[in-house]
Design a protein around this ligand. Structure first.
Ligand SMILES: NC(=O)C1=CN([C@@H]2O[C@H](COP(=O)(O)OP(=O)(O)OC[C@H]3O[C@@H](n4cnc5c(N)ncnc54)[C@H](OP(=O)(O)O)[C@@H]3O)[C@@H](O)[C@H]2O)C=CC1
Ligand SMILES: Nc1nc(=O)c2c([nH]1)NC[C@@H]1CN(c3ccc(C(=O)N[C@@H](CCC(=O)O)C(=O)O)cc3)C=[N+]21
Length: 299
């Protein structure tokens, strides 16, 4: 069921309900379907295997690691965690990746980003077997995405696309604006939206008059890493607003990059934090781990 909260005023001055895009509920629904698939695979003697490599102590990574472990356990996905200290050298990280590449019980490998500064993320990502690259970060998989060929894609953008689809939000022909150009969110998000015929603009810290650009958006995806950065004056009335941020406010509470209270009054649909993009990212990771396991065992 669609949940509503505020009323927003449309361009003709009428009032309309705002849809809260509930990532938690949507994720639970997708995981119920995936459970059937995992159970069927297990009957054939195949247990999907996921390995997570965590180096150091990034706070957003800590949340991610905890929640995906819980979901993997629930589904019966074999999940292993390799933790290295923040002082680990690049060679140690590469050695762990090599070991997981060779491990037959592992279908998907995910290296948590960011990595400590002495470790080059490009070198680590390049070392992952592209067939086990469940995050879709390897250049082979990034290339396939931009060529609009099927393959694994970054979990967060994949999860966002699944959420839009679940709520029946049309993308073709729409103006999509993304704030942020990271390899893990902004860039793959742009490619996925482009592949379904949105007109896409990517903005970043050097963008001039940022809010003039974001006000053009029918679909606005925000992945910056600054608490409540996007306020109502950045948003066109009726826009769909997707908040990727995992930030802390002054009181230490988990909040997004979007000021939910003001923006939910102008948006037609908006994701909350928590309970929006985060759970969809986990769902996407589980779906793609199972997909890789199927490819691995059945070709
Ligand atoms: N819910 C989830 O599943 C996930 C949540 N996250 C969260 O999303 C947020 C973003 O993550 P990530 O993409 O990895 O972050 P990065 O730090 O890698 O990228 C941030 C981007 O935001 C841009 N930016 C920074 N400040 C501004 C500004 N003032 N105006 C416009 N653009 C700006 C940067 O621009 P420039 O390139 O010019 O520096 C950069 O492109 C974080 O809070 C992170 O924790 C991340 C991944 C998954
Ligand atoms: N290689 C890599 N891939 C990533 O996708 C990746 C990463 N590294 N590094 C860190 C960021 C961050 N990230 C999150 C995913 C889910 C939640 C999540 O579950 N959020 C819940 C939080 C609920 C709670 O408080 O527990 C929610 O929003 O509802 C958070 C953060 C993925 N990232």
């Amino acid at each position: 069921m669609v949940r509503f909260n505020a009323l927003w005023r449309d361009q003709k001055g009428g009032t309309t309900m705002t849809t809260i895009l509930d990532g938690k509920r949507t994720s639970n629904a997708l995981m119920a379907d995936l459970q059937t698939e995992v159970s069927a695979l297990k009957k054939q003697g195949v247990t999907p295997g996921l390995a997570v490599v965590l180096v150091g102590n990034d706070p957003a990574s800590a949340i991610y690691v905890r929640n995906k472990q819980r979901r993997a356990d629930q589904l019966g996905i074999h999940s292993v965690m390799r933790t290295l200290p923040s002082t680990a050298m690049q060679a140690e990280v590469l050695a762990v990746v090599a070991e997981l590449n060779a491990d037959e019980s592992i279908d998907g490998i995910l290296v948590q980003l960011p990595l400590p500064k002495q470790v080059d993320p490009d070198a680590v990502v390049a070392a992952i077997n592209p067939a086990k690259d469940v995050d879709g970060f390897h250049a082979n998989n990034v290339g396939r995405l931009w060529e609009n060929n099927p393959g694994v894609v970054a979990s967060t953008p994949f999860g966002i696309m699944a959420l839009l689809k679940h709520y029946g939000i049309e993308v073709a022909g729409k103006r999509a604006v993304i704030i942020g150009r990271s390899n893990i969110v902004g860039r793959p998000m742009a490619a996925l939206l482009l592949n379904v015929d949105a007109t896409v603009t990517i903005t970043h810290s050097k963008t001039r008059d940022l809010f003039a650009v974001t006000r053009e958006a029918d679909i606005l995806v925000v992945a910056i890493g600054r608490a409540k950065f996007v306020t109502a004056d950045a948003v066109k009335p009726g826009a769909v607003v997707i908040d990727v941020g995992m930030d802390r406010d002054a009181a230490g509470k988990l909040v997004g990059d979007v000021d939910f209270d003001s923006v939910s009054k102008v948006a037609s649909a908006i994701t909350p934090v928590p309970g929006g993009v985060g759970p969809m990212t986990i769902a996407a990771l589980m779906i793609q781990t199972v997909e890789l396991a199927k490819r691995h065992h059945h070709g």
